[in-house]
Design a protein around this ligand. Structure first.
Ligand SMILES: O=C(O)CCC(=O)C(=O)O
Ligand SMILES: [Fe+2]
Length: 312
């Protein structure tokens, strides 16, 4: 694998997809991360989202716990309630030092045949739901465009898998990282080393910093905010679909800035009942087929207290 020292920048705009796909292939075949600029998302939507996030996290704990996330993974996920024990990247024993609000796809009701389906849990906070829904709608379009580019980048010859994104699995996560004490233990993380488990992650963050990406040689490269861009990375499912051509790169967050840090990743994934396998055109399959729901269940049950089989 090729060592890297910085995160590449890819401009979308109105350039032909084939041109963008070539750059995508170069970036995601080596770093697995990129800054995507000229992406067409209205900056006002992002401003409103951060405003909604700050107002939510500032609520009294009791009000946040009133919308605590359960087995459908929607609502408030308090600090110290998830530990990346499945990580093969570090011996993770301490829970992540972050709290978050999770919005997923809005389903009228939970369907037993569709893992994680159900309605969102909304706090009583003026304009909150509206801000998240407007952002989610815009991001789905960008996610879809980037998925299509990613498939071209991986030489996929039959793109019928895109229909698995007609009813996508989406996760909009409003993360809050309190400052970690200067002298906190080495293995205490805002977010422990991990890879993302889905297809694409599109992240906006404030200017506090703390996100780092691991290089093949084991170095950690900082990924600071770059104005007007999203940090976009490939997850484990797209890695498999591309037959390993696009990389799902380990990353982590350590907030030793002394300041509060806010970030908002949007995860764009296929329907949970999709079978994930190397796609036509990508070569001799290096991965066996896998149902996305089965993979998600094992990941969430291992990491999140609310998903442990004994929890309700
Ligand atoms: O907060 C960040 O910058 C990254 C968060 C992250 O890696 C995740 O939620 O998967
Ligand atoms: Fe991540």
């Amino acid at each position: 694998m090729t060592e890297f020292t910085e995160i590449p920048v890819i401009r979308l705009g109105t350039r032909p997809d084939a041109e963008i796909a070539a750059e995508f292939r170069a970036a995601y075949g080596t770093t697995g991360f990129g800054y995507i600029e000229d992406h067409g998302i209205d900056p006002q939507l992002i401003e409103d989202l951060f405003d909604a996030s700050a107002r939510f996290h500032a609520l009294p704990l009791e009000q946040k716990m009133a919308v605590a996330a359960g087995k459908t993974h929607r609502g408030y996920i308090p600090i110290n309630s998830s530990t990346d024990v499945n990580s093969t990247l570090a011996d993770v024993t301490k829970p992540n030092q972050s709290a978050s609000f999770m919005m997923m796809r809005e389903d009228a009701q939970a369907d037993a045949g569709i893992y994680l389906s159900g309605p969102n849990r909304w706090p009583e906070l003026a304009g909150f739901r509206e801000a998240l829904e407007a952002y989610d709608t815009a991001m789905r379009q960008l996610g879809r465009r980037l998925m299509s580019i990613a498939l071209q980048a991986a030489d996929v010859t039959n793109t019928s898998v895109l229909s698995a994104f007609d009813t996508p699995t989406t996760w909009l996560r409003l993360l809050h990282y309190p400052p970690q004490p200067e002298r906190s233990p080495e293995d205490l993380y805002g977010s422990a080393p991990h890879t993302d488990f889905g297809c694409l992650t599109l992240l906006v963050q404030d200017d506090v910093g703390g996100l780092q990406v691991k290089t093949p040689a084991g170095n950690w490269v900082d990924v600071p905010r770059r104005e007007g861009t999203f940090v976009v990375n490939v997850g484990d499912m797209l890695h498999r679909m591309s037959n390993g051509k696009l990389l799902s790169t380990p990353h982590r967050v350590i907030n030793r800035s002394g300041r509060e840090r806010y970030s908002c990743p949007f995860f764009y994934d296929p329907h949970v009942n999709t079978v994930i396998e190397p796609l036509p055109g990508t070569g001799t399959p290096k991965f066996p087929p896998l149902k996305f729901a089965d993979f998600l269940r094992s990941e969430l049950e291992a990491a999140y207290d609310a998903h442990k089989p004994a929890a309700n």
